[in-house]
Design a protein around this ligand. Structure first.
Ligand SMILES: [Zn+2]
Length: 366
Protein backbone atom coordinates (compact mmCIF):
# COMPACT_ATOMS: atom_id res chain seq x y z
CA UNK A 1 0.00 0.00 0.00
CA UNK A 2 2.79 2.43 0.84
CA UNK A 3 4.36 1.63 -2.52
CA UNK A 4 1.16 2.52 -4.32
CA UNK A 5 1.27 5.90 -2.53
CA UNK A 6 4.93 6.28 -3.54
CA UNK A 7 4.17 5.45 -7.18
CA UNK A 8 0.82 7.18 -7.61
CA UNK A 9 0.57 9.82 -4.90
CA UNK A 10 -1.23 12.09 -4.42
CA UNK A 11 -3.74 9.31 -4.77
CA UNK A 12 -7.32 8.78 -3.57
CA UNK A 13 -7.94 6.03 -1.04
CA UNK A 14 -10.45 4.52 -3.44
CA UNK A 15 -7.71 4.28 -6.09
CA UNK A 16 -5.34 2.65 -3.59
CA UNK A 17 -8.01 0.06 -2.89
CA UNK A 18 -8.31 -0.66 -6.61
CA UNK A 19 -4.51 -0.79 -7.11
CA UNK A 20 -3.78 -3.04 -4.15
CA UNK A 21 -6.90 -5.17 -4.07
CA UNK A 22 -7.38 -4.27 -0.40
CA UNK A 23 -10.87 -3.52 0.85
CA UNK A 24 -11.77 0.17 1.27
CA UNK A 25 -12.05 -0.43 5.02
CA UNK A 26 -8.50 -1.85 5.16
CA UNK A 27 -7.14 1.05 3.13
CA UNK A 28 -8.82 3.53 5.48
CA UNK A 29 -7.38 1.68 8.45
CA UNK A 30 -3.84 1.56 7.06
CA UNK A 31 -4.04 5.20 6.00
CA UNK A 32 -4.89 6.13 9.56
CA UNK A 33 -1.97 4.11 10.91
CA UNK A 34 0.54 5.41 8.36
CA UNK A 35 -0.66 8.98 8.97
CA UNK A 36 -0.21 8.53 12.70
CA UNK A 37 3.32 7.23 12.10
CA UNK A 38 4.06 10.25 9.92
CA UNK A 39 4.68 8.24 6.76
CA UNK A 40 1.79 9.71 4.75
CA UNK A 41 -0.41 12.80 4.93
CA UNK A 42 -3.48 14.14 3.23
CA UNK A 43 -2.46 16.02 0.10
CA UNK A 44 -2.60 19.78 0.55
CA UNK A 45 -5.05 20.42 -2.28
CA UNK A 46 -7.88 17.92 -1.86
CA UNK A 47 -10.14 17.41 -4.83
CA UNK A 48 -13.53 19.01 -4.62
CA UNK A 49 -16.03 16.53 -3.29
CA UNK A 50 -19.61 16.65 -2.17
CA UNK A 51 -20.05 16.32 1.56
CA UNK A 52 -17.45 14.64 3.75
CA UNK A 53 -16.30 12.10 1.14
CA UNK A 54 -13.06 11.23 2.96
CA UNK A 55 -12.21 8.33 0.64
CA UNK A 56 -11.75 10.89 -2.12
CA UNK A 57 -9.27 13.08 -0.27
CA UNK A 58 -5.95 12.11 -1.85
CA UNK A 59 -3.05 11.04 0.32
CA UNK A 60 0.65 11.40 -0.41
CA UNK A 61 3.93 10.39 1.14
CA UNK A 62 5.01 12.61 3.99
CA UNK A 63 8.65 13.07 3.04
CA UNK A 64 9.26 15.87 5.54
CA UNK A 65 9.80 13.93 8.74
CA UNK A 66 11.99 10.92 8.18
CA UNK A 67 15.20 10.10 6.45
CA UNK A 68 17.20 6.92 6.13
CA UNK A 69 20.94 6.56 6.22
CA UNK A 70 22.73 5.00 3.29
CA UNK A 71 26.25 3.61 3.43
CA UNK A 72 28.10 2.25 0.42
CA UNK A 73 31.52 0.74 0.98
CA UNK A 74 33.68 0.82 -2.15
CA UNK A 75 37.35 -0.14 -2.26
CA UNK A 76 38.92 3.35 -2.10
CA UNK A 77 36.19 5.15 -0.15
CA UNK A 78 32.87 4.92 1.66
CA UNK A 79 29.85 7.01 0.67
CA UNK A 80 27.47 8.03 3.45
CA UNK A 81 24.16 9.69 2.64
CA UNK A 82 20.72 10.60 3.86
CA UNK A 83 17.74 9.82 1.64
CA UNK A 84 14.11 10.80 1.98
CA UNK A 85 11.26 8.31 1.62
CA UNK A 86 11.16 8.93 -2.14
CA UNK A 87 14.74 7.74 -2.48
CA UNK A 88 16.03 11.26 -3.11
CA UNK A 89 19.50 11.92 -1.78
CA UNK A 90 19.27 14.90 0.57
CA UNK A 91 22.89 14.90 1.78
CA UNK A 92 26.00 12.86 1.17
CA UNK A 93 29.68 12.70 1.85
CA UNK A 94 32.58 10.60 0.60
CA UNK A 95 35.03 9.27 3.16
CA UNK A 96 38.38 8.22 1.77
CA UNK A 97 39.81 5.01 3.17
CA UNK A 98 43.09 5.56 4.98
CA UNK A 99 42.71 1.99 6.17
CA UNK A 100 40.36 -0.73 4.99
CA UNK A 101 39.92 -2.83 8.13
CA UNK A 102 36.21 -3.13 9.00
CA UNK A 103 36.44 -1.46 12.43
CA UNK A 104 38.07 1.66 10.98
CA UNK A 105 35.79 1.87 7.94
CA UNK A 106 32.56 1.35 9.89
CA UNK A 107 33.58 3.77 12.65
CA UNK A 108 34.19 6.50 10.04
CA UNK A 109 30.84 5.66 8.38
CA UNK A 110 29.02 6.05 11.71
CA UNK A 111 30.74 9.40 12.33
CA UNK A 112 29.87 10.52 8.81
CA UNK A 113 26.20 9.65 9.27
CA UNK A 114 26.18 11.44 12.62
CA UNK A 115 27.56 14.57 11.01
CA UNK A 116 24.96 14.48 8.21
CA UNK A 117 22.15 13.99 10.73
CA UNK A 118 23.40 16.88 12.81
CA UNK A 119 23.19 19.10 9.72
CA UNK A 120 19.73 17.80 8.81
CA UNK A 121 18.14 18.91 12.04
CA UNK A 122 14.52 17.87 12.41
CA UNK A 123 14.73 14.79 10.19
CA UNK A 124 14.49 11.57 12.15
CA UNK A 125 16.44 8.57 10.92
CA UNK A 126 14.43 5.36 10.50
CA UNK A 127 17.42 3.13 9.94
CA UNK A 128 20.59 2.60 7.99
CA UNK A 129 21.14 0.57 4.85
CA UNK A 130 24.59 -0.69 3.95
CA UNK A 131 25.52 -1.83 0.44
CA UNK A 132 28.82 -3.60 -0.13
CA UNK A 133 30.29 -5.47 -3.06
CA UNK A 134 31.50 -9.04 -2.87
CA UNK A 135 29.60 -11.77 -1.08
CA UNK A 136 27.12 -10.35 1.40
CA UNK A 137 24.65 -12.39 3.44
CA UNK A 138 21.60 -10.21 4.00
CA UNK A 139 19.97 -12.49 6.56
CA UNK A 140 22.89 -12.34 8.98
CA UNK A 141 23.95 -8.80 8.01
CA UNK A 142 27.43 -10.10 7.30
CA UNK A 143 30.01 -9.45 4.62
CA UNK A 144 31.06 -13.05 4.07
CA UNK A 145 33.91 -12.25 1.72
CA UNK A 146 35.21 -9.18 -0.05
CA UNK A 147 38.61 -9.96 -1.52
CA UNK A 148 39.58 -6.45 -2.58
CA UNK A 149 38.85 -5.02 0.88
CA UNK A 150 40.26 -8.08 2.61
CA UNK A 151 37.04 -8.53 4.60
CA UNK A 152 35.94 -11.97 5.76
CA UNK A 153 32.90 -12.75 7.94
CA UNK A 154 32.46 -9.15 9.04
CA UNK A 155 29.27 -8.67 11.13
CA UNK A 156 28.46 -5.26 9.63
CA UNK A 157 24.91 -5.07 10.99
CA UNK A 158 26.11 -5.65 14.53
CA UNK A 159 29.13 -3.35 14.31
CA UNK A 160 27.36 -0.40 12.70
CA UNK A 161 24.21 -0.92 14.79
CA UNK A 162 26.29 -0.66 17.96
CA UNK A 163 27.89 2.57 16.76
CA UNK A 164 24.76 4.29 15.42
CA UNK A 165 22.06 2.94 17.74
CA UNK A 166 19.87 2.50 14.66
CA UNK A 167 18.46 -0.59 12.93
CA UNK A 168 20.96 -1.58 10.24
CA UNK A 169 20.26 -3.64 7.12
CA UNK A 170 23.02 -4.98 4.90
CA UNK A 171 22.96 -6.28 1.34
CA UNK A 172 25.13 -6.73 -1.72
CA UNK A 173 25.22 -3.55 -3.79
CA UNK A 174 23.98 -5.08 -7.05
CA UNK A 175 20.89 -6.38 -5.21
CA UNK A 176 20.51 -3.06 -3.43
CA UNK A 177 20.47 -1.27 -6.76
CA UNK A 178 17.88 -3.63 -8.20
CA UNK A 179 15.66 -2.60 -5.32
CA UNK A 180 16.48 1.06 -5.96
CA UNK A 181 15.47 0.65 -9.59
CA UNK A 182 12.28 -1.25 -8.68
CA UNK A 183 11.21 1.39 -6.14
CA UNK A 184 12.46 4.66 -7.60
CA UNK A 185 13.92 4.03 -11.04
CA UNK A 186 12.78 3.84 -14.61
CA UNK A 187 12.31 0.06 -14.60
CA UNK A 188 9.47 0.31 -12.11
CA UNK A 189 6.81 -2.09 -13.33
CA UNK A 190 9.23 -4.40 -15.15
CA UNK A 191 8.39 -8.01 -14.37
CA UNK A 192 12.00 -9.16 -14.26
CA UNK A 193 15.17 -7.12 -13.96
CA UNK A 194 18.83 -8.01 -14.11
CA UNK A 195 21.30 -5.52 -12.73
CA UNK A 196 24.97 -5.64 -13.64
CA UNK A 197 27.32 -3.54 -11.55
CA UNK A 198 30.74 -2.88 -13.03
CA UNK A 199 32.99 -0.98 -10.65
CA UNK A 200 36.11 -2.36 -9.03
CA UNK A 201 33.84 -5.18 -8.01
CA UNK A 202 31.77 -6.71 -10.78
CA UNK A 203 28.58 -8.42 -9.72
CA UNK A 204 24.97 -8.89 -10.66
CA UNK A 205 21.50 -9.34 -9.23
CA UNK A 206 18.24 -10.64 -10.59
CA UNK A 207 14.70 -9.77 -9.52
CA UNK A 208 11.57 -11.54 -10.69
CA UNK A 209 8.30 -9.94 -9.65
CA UNK A 210 8.90 -8.20 -6.34
CA UNK A 211 11.61 -10.55 -5.17
CA UNK A 212 15.34 -10.22 -5.61
CA UNK A 213 16.88 -13.66 -5.82
CA UNK A 214 19.35 -14.35 -3.01
CA UNK A 215 19.74 -18.10 -3.00
CA UNK A 216 21.30 -19.98 -0.07
CA UNK A 217 23.49 -17.61 1.99
CA UNK A 218 22.86 -14.89 -0.59
CA UNK A 219 25.42 -16.28 -3.00
CA UNK A 220 23.42 -15.54 -6.15
CA UNK A 221 24.93 -13.05 -8.55
CA UNK A 222 28.60 -13.68 -7.83
CA UNK A 223 29.93 -13.56 -11.36
CA UNK A 224 33.46 -12.24 -10.85
CA UNK A 225 35.04 -15.24 -12.58
CA UNK A 226 32.63 -15.64 -15.47
CA UNK A 227 34.78 -15.61 -18.62
CA UNK A 228 34.34 -12.60 -20.93
CA UNK A 229 34.58 -13.56 -24.61
CA UNK A 230 37.79 -12.00 -25.95
CA UNK A 231 39.20 -11.16 -22.51
CA UNK A 232 42.99 -10.89 -22.06
CA UNK A 233 43.56 -9.75 -18.47
CA UNK A 234 45.11 -12.30 -16.09
CA UNK A 235 43.00 -13.01 -12.99
CA UNK A 236 44.14 -13.85 -9.47
CA UNK A 237 42.34 -17.20 -9.89
CA UNK A 238 44.94 -18.21 -12.50
CA UNK A 239 42.73 -17.91 -15.56
CA UNK A 240 42.51 -15.12 -18.12
CA UNK A 241 39.67 -12.79 -18.99
CA UNK A 242 37.49 -13.31 -15.91
CA UNK A 243 34.70 -10.73 -15.76
CA UNK A 244 36.03 -8.83 -12.75
CA UNK A 245 39.68 -8.90 -13.80
CA UNK A 246 38.76 -7.83 -17.31
CA UNK A 247 36.21 -5.13 -16.59
CA UNK A 248 37.08 -3.66 -13.18
CA UNK A 249 37.87 0.03 -12.85
CA UNK A 250 41.35 -1.00 -11.73
CA UNK A 251 41.95 -2.64 -15.09
CA UNK A 252 40.50 0.35 -16.93
CA UNK A 253 42.86 2.67 -15.05
CA UNK A 254 45.80 0.30 -15.53
CA UNK A 255 45.22 0.32 -19.28
CA UNK A 256 44.76 4.10 -19.23
CA UNK A 257 48.09 4.49 -17.41
CA UNK A 258 49.83 2.22 -19.92
CA UNK A 259 48.38 4.33 -22.73
CA UNK A 260 49.56 7.51 -21.02
CA UNK A 261 46.02 8.86 -20.53
CA UNK A 262 46.04 9.22 -16.74
CA UNK A 263 48.49 8.59 -13.92
CA UNK A 264 46.09 7.62 -11.15
CA UNK A 265 43.45 5.07 -10.21
CA UNK A 266 40.33 7.21 -10.63
CA UNK A 267 38.09 6.10 -13.53
CA UNK A 268 36.44 9.53 -13.53
CA UNK A 269 39.75 10.93 -14.79
CA UNK A 270 39.59 8.59 -17.78
CA UNK A 271 36.06 9.81 -18.39
CA UNK A 272 37.21 13.44 -18.13
CA UNK A 273 40.05 12.79 -20.59
CA UNK A 274 37.55 11.27 -23.03
CA UNK A 275 35.23 14.24 -22.59
CA UNK A 276 38.18 16.53 -23.37
CA UNK A 277 38.69 14.71 -26.67
CA UNK A 278 41.46 12.19 -25.83
CA UNK A 279 40.91 9.48 -28.47
CA UNK A 280 42.82 6.85 -26.43
CA UNK A 281 40.51 7.40 -23.45
CA UNK A 282 37.46 7.17 -25.70
CA UNK A 283 38.74 3.92 -27.20
CA UNK A 284 39.38 2.37 -23.77
CA UNK A 285 35.90 3.29 -22.55
CA UNK A 286 34.16 2.12 -25.72
CA UNK A 287 36.07 -1.19 -25.72
CA UNK A 288 35.17 -1.75 -22.09
CA UNK A 289 31.49 -1.01 -22.78
CA UNK A 290 31.55 -3.51 -25.66
CA UNK A 291 33.00 -6.18 -23.36
CA UNK A 292 30.31 -5.38 -20.79
CA UNK A 293 27.77 -5.91 -23.58
CA UNK A 294 29.21 -9.36 -24.36
CA UNK A 295 28.97 -10.23 -20.66
CA UNK A 296 25.35 -9.00 -20.62
CA UNK A 297 24.64 -11.25 -23.58
CA UNK A 298 25.78 -14.31 -21.58
CA UNK A 299 23.59 -13.31 -18.66
CA UNK A 300 20.62 -12.63 -20.95
CA UNK A 301 20.95 -16.15 -22.33
CA UNK A 302 20.89 -17.63 -18.83
CA UNK A 303 18.21 -15.50 -17.16
CA UNK A 304 16.17 -13.90 -19.97
CA UNK A 305 15.12 -10.82 -17.97
CA UNK A 306 12.69 -8.28 -19.39
CA UNK A 307 15.09 -5.44 -18.58
CA UNK A 308 18.83 -5.22 -17.91
CA UNK A 309 20.21 -2.27 -15.96
CA UNK A 310 23.92 -1.59 -16.23
CA UNK A 311 25.87 0.54 -13.79
CA UNK A 312 29.18 1.29 -15.47
CA UNK A 313 30.92 4.64 -15.62
CA UNK A 314 31.18 4.97 -19.41
CA UNK A 315 27.68 3.69 -20.16
CA UNK A 316 26.25 6.05 -17.55
CA UNK A 317 27.76 9.14 -19.11
CA UNK A 318 28.47 8.53 -22.80
CA UNK A 319 26.21 7.74 -25.74
CA UNK A 320 29.03 6.03 -27.66
CA UNK A 321 29.60 3.68 -24.71
CA UNK A 322 25.88 2.86 -24.50
CA UNK A 323 25.92 2.15 -28.24
CA UNK A 324 28.99 -0.10 -27.83
CA UNK A 325 27.31 -1.89 -24.94
CA UNK A 326 24.25 -2.60 -27.07
CA UNK A 327 26.43 -3.68 -29.98
CA UNK A 328 28.17 -6.11 -27.60
CA UNK A 329 24.77 -7.59 -26.72
CA UNK A 330 24.37 -7.94 -30.45
CA UNK A 331 20.73 -8.78 -31.06
CA UNK A 332 17.20 -7.45 -30.68
CA UNK A 333 17.45 -7.75 -26.88
CA UNK A 334 19.95 -4.85 -26.86
CA UNK A 335 17.01 -2.43 -26.63
CA UNK A 336 16.09 -3.80 -23.22
CA UNK A 337 19.53 -2.86 -21.81
CA UNK A 338 19.52 0.52 -20.08
CA UNK A 339 21.95 2.50 -17.94
CA UNK A 340 21.26 3.04 -14.24
CA UNK A 341 18.49 5.50 -13.30
CA UNK A 342 20.85 7.15 -10.80
CA UNK A 343 23.92 8.32 -12.71
CA UNK A 344 24.80 11.05 -10.22
CA UNK A 345 23.99 9.26 -6.99
CA UNK A 346 24.27 5.55 -7.61
CA UNK A 347 26.33 4.69 -4.52
CA UNK A 348 24.21 6.77 -2.16
CA UNK A 349 21.03 5.26 -3.61
CA UNK A 350 22.49 1.74 -3.26
CA UNK A 351 22.96 2.14 0.49
CA UNK A 352 19.64 3.88 1.09
CA UNK A 353 17.70 1.37 -1.01
CA UNK A 354 18.67 -1.47 1.31
CA UNK A 355 16.70 0.07 4.17
CA UNK A 356 13.97 1.67 2.03
CA UNK A 357 13.19 -1.77 0.57
CA UNK A 358 12.65 -3.03 4.11
CA UNK A 359 10.46 0.00 4.91
CA UNK A 360 8.24 -0.44 1.86
CA UNK A 361 7.81 -4.14 2.53
CA UNK A 362 6.83 -3.63 6.14
CA UNK A 363 6.15 0.01 7.06
CA UNK A 364 4.64 -0.81 10.44
CA UNK A 365 7.86 -2.44 11.65
CA UNK A 366 9.78 0.75 10.95
ZN1 LIG B 1 39.17 -15.40 -12.20
Amino acid sequence: MLRSVLEHGPVARSTIARLTGLSPASVTDYCARFTELGLIREASAPRRSKGVGRPHVPVDLDDSRFVVGGVHVAVPYTTVALLDLRGQVVARRELKHERTDPAWVLARAAEGLDALLAEARGSRPLGVGVAVGGWVDRDSGTVVEHGLLGWRDVPVREMLGARTGLPVHVDGHARALVNGERLFGRVRGSRSVLHLFVGNVVDSAFAAGDEVHHGPRSQAGVIAHLPVPGGTEPCECGRTGCLQAELSERTLCLRARRAGVVDGVNPMHVLAAAAAGDARAVRLLVERAGAVGRAVRLLLDVLNPETVVVTEVGVMHREDCLAALREGVGDERAGSVVPTSFPDSVLAVAGGSVVLDVLYRDPLSA
